[in-house]
Design a protein around this ligand. Structure first.
Ligand code: URA
Length: 204
């Protein structure tokens, strides 16, 4: 399916956007990261999945959601009947933010100023892909998409509007599931996450 936005603005298609983003210096995060991790997926995807920011593995691979959180996402997406190759998958912030501890690079939550600087790219991805539905994985994505990331657990499962008026399904971040200490809690929350994702087809 073609969309009129990309027809009109062919110069701002995804490959061109990804190329310009690779030279981004809009916030300081570019200086320590290995490379930009731009979104990936079909330009005509009906669903845009938005995470927080690339992690260690993504920073090295240059691709979103390929590490442990990505594996969790893929497993639950498949269980929910989704095909990742049909989804556009991206992050609110496109460079890995970390502190070095010995040989380990520890993930740091992006600052509001970094989320805000990187919205430049997210908004252009929204224009290029023109999805019918966004899915916010966690508070940072929710903040970037709606302008307010507060109270995630109360809003999860709900459908709100992005700043540009698209429906956004709210759920938790897969790494939240990986961090839950109790096995029972983790199983229950993982099932809720899968239930959230399985609502995507009916919301289209
Ligand atoms: N966590 C995210 O939010 N995005 C990724 O791409 C990987 C981990």
């Amino acid at each position: 399916q073609m969309n009129s936005q990309t027809d009109l603005f062919a110069a701002s298609g995804l490959p061109e956007l990804a190329k310009s983003a690779s030279a981004c210096t809009r916030c300081p995060l570019y200086s320590d990261a290995t490379q930009i991790v731009f979104g990936e997926g079909p330009e005509d995807a009906r669903v845009m999945i938005v995470g927080e920011q690339p992690g260690d593995k993504e920073d090295i691979a240059g691709r979103p959601f390929v590490g442990p959180a990505g594996q969790m996402f893929d497993e639950q997406a498949i269980a929910a009947g989704l095909d990742r190759s049909e989804l556009y998958v991206t992050n609110a912030v496109k460079h890995f933010k970390f502190v070095q501890r010995g040989r380990r690079r520890i993930h740091q939550k992006p600052a509001a100023s970094e989320v805000s600087a990187c919205r430049w790219w997210l908004e252009q991805e929204l224009t290029a892909v023109d999805p019918d539905l966004c899915v916010a994985l966690g508070a940072t994505a929710l903040h970037a998409l709606t302008g307010n990331g507060a109270g995630l657990l109360k809003r999860r499962g709900g459908v709100e509007k992005t700043r540009d008026g698209r429906p956004v399904l709210i759920t938790v971040h897969p790494s939240y599931l990986l961090r839950l200490p109790g096995e029972e809690d983790r199983a229950r929350e993982t099932e809720r996450f899968r239930d959230d994702l399985s609502r995507i087809p009916e919301l289209l």
